[in-house]
Design a protein around this ligand. Structure first.
Ligand code: HPA
Ligand code: ZN
Length: 342
C-alpha cells in the first residue's frame, strides 16, 4: 500500500495517553533549570539528548523524574502544557486526555495547587484559543507508598472541576494493581473516572486485576494481552479501550522492533485500540509520528488508521455531544477522501 504521511497528519484525532511531564523538551529543560537556579550536569541540548539513554522502564523513569525537578513554578507547568497543546493543534489533535504526576512534585515541596493551576489554565486556554477539548487525569505513582497516594486523592477531591479521572503509572513490575483497590474504590465513590497502566512491563494478570479488582474503564498500554487468548477475547467482548504507545514500547524494549509490535494483531482481533505518544520528548516522536511509524512498519491499511482515529474519540471520556461532533468531523474528512472505513 502507498501510505501518504499527509493522510495521517490531516486526520482529526484524540490523544488519550500522554504524560505532560514527558513532553519536556531538552531546550525547555535547560531554560527552566536556569530560570529556577537548579544545578544540572548539562549545558547544551546535545548533552541532554545524550543523557536520554534507557534500555527499560526503570531507567527511563529515573531520567523522567530527574527531568521533572526543573518544574517548580506555576508558569513552568503552564508553559509545558501550552507547548504540548500548540503541537497538538499542529497535528490535528482535536481532544486530549493528559496525565500528570502530582506526587513527583509534592514530594519535592512544590504545592499541588501550583502544579494543577499551571496545567489547568493552559488546558482552558487551549479550549478557548485552539479549539482543543481536554480532560485531566491524575496518576498515582504505584512505587510510592499508599499514604502518599491517598493524600493526592484528598487534594484532587478539592478540584473535581479540573480533574476528571485518576490513573496508575510508574514502575509496574512488583506493583500489581490489586494493591490499590481501596484507593480506587474511594476515587470512584468520589466520582472520578478511572484508568490504569497495566500490561506494559507486567504480565496479562495485571490487566485482569485492573479490570476485576480496580474496576477501571480504560487500560493504558495493555500490550501483554497478546500473550493470553482468553483475555483478548474478553477485552474484545467488553470493548475495553486500550491506549497503546508504539514508539514508547520500542524505546523501552517492550518489543524489539516496530515490526514486532502487537498493535495490528490487537486491531484485527477486534480490540478497541488507540495510538498515543506517552512521553514524546523522551521517545523522539509525537502522536503523528507514532501513527506513521506503526502504520508503515505493520503495513496498516487506510481503513485501519481511520479506525484508530475513530477509536480515539470513542474511547474518550467526552460527553455524547462533543464525541458526536468530533466523530462527524472525522467522518466528513474520511468521506472527502473516500476511505473504505470497514
Ligand atoms: N510507564 C509508566 N509510567 C510512566 C510512563 C510509562 O511509560 N511514563 C511516565 N510515567
Ligand atoms: Zn504512560
Amino acid at each position: 500500500m502507498n501510505l501518504d504521511r499527509k493522510f495521517i497528519d490531516s486526520l482529526p484525532k484524540a490523544e488519550l495517553h500522554l504524560h505532560l511531564e514527558g513532553t519536556l523538551e531538552p531546550a525547555h529543560f535547560l531554560a527552566l533549570a536556569k530560570r529556577n537556579n537548579i544545578e544540572i550536569p548539562y549545558r547544551t541540548v546535545a548533552d541532554v539528548k545524550r543523557a536520554y539513554r534507557f534500555g527499560n522502564l526503570q531507567e527511563f523513569l529515573d531520567i523522567y523524574y530527574r527531568g521533572s525537578r526543573v518544574l517548580v513554578q506555576e508558569r513552568d507547568f503552564f508553559e509545558l502544557t501550552w507547548a504540548y497543546l500548540e503541537r497538538a493543534r499542529a497535528e490535528n489533535i482535536r481532544h486530549v486526555e493528559v496525565f500528570f504526576d502530582p506526587q513527583a512534585h509534592t514530594s519535592r515541596g512544590v504545592h499541588f495547587d501550583t502544579v494543577l493551576s499551571g496545567i489547568a489554565e493552559a488546558l482552558e486556554k487551549g479550549a478557548r484559543e485552539l479549539g482543543i477539548s481536554s480532560r485531566l487525569i491524575m496518576c498515582f505513582l504505584r512505587d510510592l507508598n499508599l499514604a502518599s497516594a491517598f493524600e493526592a486523592l484528598e487534594q484532587a477531591c478539592e478540584h473535581k472541576d479540573r480533574i476528571s479521572a485518576v490513573g496508575l503509572d510508574s514502575a509496574e513490575a512488583g506493583y500489581p494493581p490489586g494493591k490499590f483497590k481501596d484507593l480506587f474504590d474511594l476515587a470512584k465513590a468520589e466520582g472520578f473516572r478511572t484508568v490504569a497502566h497495566a500490561g506494559e512491563d507486567g504480565p496479562p494478570s495485571n490487566i485482569l486485576e485492573a479490570i476485576d479488582i480496580l474496576g477501571i474503564e480504560r487500560i493504558d498500554h495493555g500490550i501483554a494481552c497478546i500473550e493470553d487468548d482468553g483475555l483478548m477475547t474478553r477485552l474484545a467482548e467488553m470493548k475495553m479501550p486500550l491506549t497503546v504507545c508504539p514508539l514508547s514500547n520500542v524505546k523501552l524494549g517492550m518489543v524489539e522492533r516496530m515490526q514486532d509490535h502487537p498493535l495490528r494483531a490487537m486491531l484485527e482481533s477486534g480490540l478497541m485500540v488507540t495510538v498515543n505518544s506517552d512521553d514524546p520528548a523522551y521517545f523522539g516522536g509525537y502522536l503523528n509520528e507514532n501513527y506513521w511509524l506503526a502504520a508503515t512498519a505493520l503495513n496498516l491499511s487506510q481503513a485501519q488508521i481511520y479506525r484508530l482515529a475513530r477509536n480515539s474519540f470513542q474511547a474518550s471520556f467526552l460527553d455524547h455531544a462533543r464525541k458526536a461532533e468530533l466523530l462527524s468531523e472525522l467522518d466528513a474528512h474520511a468521506g472527502n477522501r473516500s476511505i473504505g472505513t470497514g
